[in-house]
Unconditional design. Structure first.
Length: 102
């Protein structure tokens, strides 16, 4: 993995850490103590895994590709979506519609 993603790796690790059990909180998660409910974990993915982001209909041509290959970099606390990096265009993407190869 490239060094330019180390801040994203740290942010992703922190996102996961607050969703893990800890003995300091009597086997509860920090998320559970703060919000009063268990965290959802079915959306969790492997950092750096290959993903395919859907290209919106307005931005693709009739015979063009429907998705672009990206690298998964993390999550958002405020919105439902994932942070991806598009290697071909050297851009960061924030998307909800995608599929993963894990």
């Amino acid at each position: 993995m490239k060094l330019m993603f180390r801040a994203d790796a740290i942010q992703c690790a922190e996102y996961l850490r607050i969703r893990c059990l800890t003995h300091a909180l009597d086997n509860k998660t920090p998320y559970e103590m703060w919000y009063g409910r268990l965290p959802l974990v079915k959306h969790l993915k492997v950092f750096g895994s290959t993903s395919y982001a859907l290209i919106p209909k307005e931005k693709r041509c009739k015979v063009g590709a429907r998705s672009r290959k990206c690298i998964f970099l993390g999550y958002f606390d405020t919105t439902k979506g994932y942070k991806l990096y598009d290697e071909v265009n050297n851009k960061f993407l924030f998307v909800r519609d995608l599929s993963f190869l894990e």
